[in-house]
Design a protein around this ligand. Sequence first.
Ligand code: HPA
Length: 249
Amino acid sequence: MGLVAIIGGTGLSQIDGFKITETRSVATPYGDPSHHFEIGRYADHPIVFLARHGNPHHIPPHMINYRANLWALKDLGVESIIAVNAVGGIRTDLQLAEVVICDQIIDYTAGREHTFFEDRIEHIDFTFPYDPDLCQQLAAAARQLSASMQEFRFSATGVYGCTQGPRLETAAEIRRLSADGCDVVGMTGMPEASLAAELGIRYSGLSLVINKAAGLDNQSISLDQLQAVLDEGMGRIVELLKIALKTLA
Ligand code: HPA
């Protein structure tokens, strides 16, 4: 398992109960990461935490320096990543505040700096973008949490559609993503997952559904109004991470 990094997304800029012993700024050949790295112990497991959008939250999804973030994590000795993402739900059974442990991804982004391999020919295998072992361990932790917290809902599989943003999608785009097989839609899954793969870091994700995707419930989406779902859901994710880290140890 090795050193685990948690990359916090919208709604998760810090983790309550995380004992930080060191903060480290890391320079990379690709520029500056989103924020400094917090190093310490959570649930008695050594972790590194990074706020993907900075802290306070200010970097939009398409402006995140994914290459610097991943390069720095590798430099810090991270071997496994649990990425946390707020997403819109597409699959009809998904409820608000449900956690999806995605096992596949479809990339709809454009124009992002998305590879470390610019001056040599290298084609990584990306058949399974999310590490199957990590996914299984997250699913086991989720089963454990749902046994003690009745309101906790999760899906052990899912396809993450990653859009470019920062705008939300049109209703037709969501119909297309649905037809493509996407279960959730977000803006930060890529190129994070493939850059991790390029560096040989095991990658997994917890996607928190904070809204129904565009056109699915006949109303416009205001992400600012979703704070309550975000707070509640991230609280559950923090619990889930605690259980997961215990079993990973
Ligand atoms: N679309 C894209 N990204 C998102 C959404 C959405 O509906 N909700 C949260 N992140």
